[in-house]
Structures are given as C-alpha cells and as structure tokens.
Design a protein around this ligand. Structure first.
Ligand code: ADP
Ligand code: MG
Length: 494
C-alpha cells in the first residue's frame, strides 16, 4: 500500500524540488530543460548487454539516491547505447526533467564500472511511426506487440503451463475461450473481472490471453499496479495534452489488462479515476477487450464510486480459489517438469500437504528443494524434501495452533498471555485478544466454540463478534491492518 500514498502525494502535493528531502532533488536545477529530443524506440533495441549495464548503474545509484527517486524517475527509463553515448529514454517529459539531476552521478558510476560511455543523454521515447511499423509487419508474420507504455508480458505465463483445477475452472475456461476468439468480432463479454487472493494465478491467466492476442497480430497493454500509477500520474502532472496522447497511445492496444485494480480507488484523486473511466469506456466497446484483476469481488470494491461499481459488476466475474490438494500436486509436478526436476509423487504430496495452498509458496518450496538437490548432488527423495523444507513445515505447524498464535500476538502487543485469556475489558487488552481470535479463525480449522475455549472459555458469540470487529477495523484503520499483516508475516503465512 505504500505505493498508493506515494502516488497520492504526487498528485495532490506537487513536490517542491527546493524543499524536497532528497539531496539529489535539491540539486535539481530549476532551469532543467523543458524539451527533450525525441527518439524512436522499438523492442529490437532492447539489447541484453545494455539492459545489464543500466541495471548495474541502477544498483550503484541505489546507494546514493532515495528509493523513491530511484523507482519513480530512474527505473522506468529505457537504455540504448549509441557509440560512446548512453541514451536514456522516457515516455514522459516529467520523468526526464527529474532524471536530469542524476546525470552526473550516472556518468561517474559508468566511469567507475570501466564503461567506455563518455556521454549520457536523456531523450523522449516515441513509438515507431505507423509506416515503420507497417514495413516491419510486411517483412514478418504479423505478430502483435505490447505497446510502448506497457509492462512486459511474462514469457512462461502461457496456457500450456497452467494447471486447470476445480478452483480455477471458470476463470481458465473463460480466458481460454477469449484467447481463441482473439481477432474475431462479436464478443459477448468485453470486460473480464478476475478476482481471488494473491498467488492463485490471476496474472498468469491474463498474460496467457495476451500471448494469444499477440500471436494473431493484436496489440496488448499490460499495467501492473505500480505502473498504472506511474504512467497515469506522470501524464496528469505534465499537463499540456499529455493525458490525451497517453489515452491515444493506449488505444493502439486491442487488449488492455490492469492488474491489482483494487489498489486504484477514488482516494487517489478524481483525475486518476477519470483517466481510468476513459479507458474503461474505450476498451469495453467495439472489438477491444478489458481484463481486470483484483483481490476481491466487484461487490467489495468499496473504495470506488458507484459509476465503477456498476461497471465492474457488469463484466464477467471470474473467481479463482486456492487449489485443492489434487490440483496442488499437479501444479507441483508441472512446475518440476519446467525446471527439469524428477519429482516423485510422494514428494509432491508431501509438499502439497504441508505448504499453504498459495501457488507462489508452492513454487518457493519447490525451488528450495531444487537448491538442496544441487547442493547435495542427490536426486529427489522424501527425506531430502523433508530436510529441505524443515523450517517452512515447522513454522507452519508452529503457527497453526491457537496456543502459538496467542503467544505471538501477546508478544507483539507486549501484553501477558494470561490477559488474553482473562476477563480484563480494557482496550489495550481487548484489541490484542480480538486480533488473536481473528488470526486463529483465519489460520486454523478451529470452530468458533473451540476458539472460545482457547481464550479462557468464552462463548462462541464473543468469538464471532471479535472476528467481525477485526474485519471492520482492518478496513477502517490502516494501523490495525498493518498489525494484522505483520502478525501474519510473523506466523509465516504471508
Ligand atoms: P496472482 O496474480 O493471482 O497473485 P500469479 O499469476 O502471479 O498469481 O501466480 C503466482 C505463481 O503461481 C506464478 O508463477 C504462476 O505461474 C503460478 N500459478 C498460479 N496458479 C497456477 C496454476 N493453476 N498452474 C500453474 N501455475 C500456477
Ligand atoms: Mg498478480
């Protein structure tokens, strides 16, 4: 959520360069050039060597500039080497204006890295003109692209690598059907709304659709959560028709994907909402397609105003649930094949049973097993898997009982465990007690009466009340939400 406040600040509180906390920002010349030469960039210019050089520079810069500066102004730039010149390209002049202040540092770092670059120049990146694009299209089989402003589409996120199970059938089938219909007119659902917790394959499915769109020559635009903000706010703040040109640019795409859309809401300002609404209107008409992903269903997107709510609900709602054990086993086997690992069935079962059903965690466990195989030079066996995952499994067993949760929560709030079980009704005790009950409810299979028992023999209605109370507080009070997430993390569940 930190990103949201960052972007809020950009929108509502134009940072005064002279008073900014950052030492670099202070040095930003007020007379920074307003105009930058344009540079036509296409994907063929994205050379690994140059990318690596720029990544090294960013890494070095991270020691001397603030994270905010690095993420906001420098990371989004694309790098091209021409002779002894390093060109840094940005779509938005606002980014470029801010980046000017860092040029001397970048040059110094390049010298230190032994690079032959003698000049670093900022330019405004523009798309190839349609004539260039047409000429290119004629030479090659028509393959659609990600438009320049888009985040990249992950290569391995294809349908072939996705395991269909009960938990994701609806979303999988709908996405596959949409992919098959790519390029044909008369679609019945111009808006897909995919929702579910983190790590369950939403992004994977959306990218799989994008691949198929590109295959038939259609263009895509994918916004990850950070990127949507960066692009929107950048254009909004630079004014003078930038928003219109950005909309025009995005309209070159046939498919627009906005990931983690729950993070965009009215609190980020009416202008961002308006920008989103414009895209909404454009991409739910004609043959265009819009796919949104969220961590909650349309009906719970409370922070959006009613215009959005009715539109979200008007789309095709596609839930993804945590995979059942069968699907988890299959996912593990599929992922193992992808990394050339021979994973015996009993090992897949052990991992599926002992790691929480979030696929990202399953992958993490598999990678840990893989690292252990490489370290010990052994093939995969149950003892090796158990040894490799010992910490994760222990942490989970430790975490998933009421007693342990009580202890962790008591320690976190600095209250004695016995007070969580006792009758005290003072707020400094009631809040941790309710928090602990809600966590037991979320992380264990314990029923409400069992939880009541674990907290000094309380009635089950008290537990229900506590859980409801926590749900409300987490929504309304960011501090409570922060505590909740921190405790989940401590309990090894996030
Ligand atoms: P989300 O967007 O819902 O947070 P992702 O799409 O990023 O989740 O998925 C997290 C990881 O889990 C990715 O590596 C993805 O490939 C993998 N994954 C999720 N669901 C499946 C599935 N059903 N089959 C194969 N891989 C999956
Ligand atoms: Mg995602």
């Amino acid at each position: 959520m930190a990103n949201i406040s960052l972007f809020d600040e950009w929108l509502f509180d134009e940072p005064d360069e002279a008073s900014s906390k950052s030492s670099h920002a202070k040095k930003t010349p007020k007379s920074a050039p307003a105009k930058f030469e344009t540079y036509v960039w296409d994907e063929t210019m994205d050379v690994p060597q140059t990318r690596q050089l720029w990544q090294r520079c960013l890494q070095e810069l991270s020691y001397e500039v603030s994270e905010r500066e690095l993420k906001s102004w420098l990371e989004p730039l694309k790098a091209v080497v021409e002779g002894e010149t390093l060109l840094l390209l940005g779509i938005n002049p606002v980014f470029l204006r801010h980046a000017v202040a860092f040029l001397p540092s970048i040059q110094r770092i390049l010298n230190r890295l032994g690079s032959p670059i003698s000049e670093v120049v900022l330019k405004k990146q523009i798309l190839p003109s349609s004539s260039v694009k047409l000429a290119k299209d004629k030479q090659q089989a028509v393959v659609g692209e990600c438009i320049a402003v888009s985040a990249p589409i992950e290569e391995k996120y294809v349908f072939e690598n996705f395991v269909k199970g009960k938990s994701n059938t609806l979303a999988y089938n709908a996405c596959l059907e949409l992919a098959k219909q790519a390029g044909k007119s008369g679609k019945s659902h111009p808006l897909f709304f995919i929702y579910g917790s983190s790590g369950l394959g939403k992004t994977h499915l959306m990218h799989a659709v994008a691949h198929r769109y590109q295959k038939v020559g259609l263009n895509c635009c994918y916004f990850s959560k950070d990127q949507f903000f960066r692009v929107a706010i950048g254009a909004l703040r630079s004014g003078d028709g930038q928003v219109d040109s950005l909309v025009k640019e995005i309209l070159q795409a046939d498919l627009l994907i906005i990931d983690d859309v729950h993070l965009i809401n009215n609190q980020n300002g009416p202008k961002v909402s308006q920008f989103l609404m414009t895209l909404f209107e454009e991409f739910t008409q004609g043959d265009k397609q819009l796919i949104l992903a969220s961590d909650r269903p349309p009906s719970q997107m409370e922070k959006f105003d009613s215009r959005f709510l009715s539109r979200f609900s008007g789309g095709l709602s596609l839930p993804v649930e945590p995979p059942d054990i069968e699907t988890r086993i299959q996912i593990l086997q599929r992922k193992a094949t992808l990394i050339d690992m021979a994973l015996p069935k009993e090992c897949a079962i052990f991992i599926a049973q002992n790691i929480p059903p979030d696929v990202r965690r399953l992958e993490g466990a598999l990678n840990q097993v893989d690292a252990n195989i490489k370290l010990h030079g052994e093939s995969v066996s149950l003892p090796l898997v158990k040894m490799a995952l010992k910490d994760r499994v222990e942490a989970r067993t430790r975490a998933v009982n009421a007693q342990n949760i009580r202890e962790v929560v008591a320690e976190y709030y600095g209250v004695p465990v016995k007070d969580l079980l006792g009758k005290k009704r003072a707020r400094p005790i009631v809040r941790p007690r309710q928090m602990a009950m809600a966590l037991v409810r979320e992380l264990t299979q314990d029923s409400f009466p069992e939880i009541g028992q674990a907290f000094g023999g309380r009635d089950h209605t008290t537990v229900i009340h506590a859980c409801e109370q926590m749900a409300k507080l987490r929504e309304s009070d960011p501090e409570v939400e922060k505590d909740y997430q921190a405790l989940l993390a401590t309990l090894e569940f996030v």
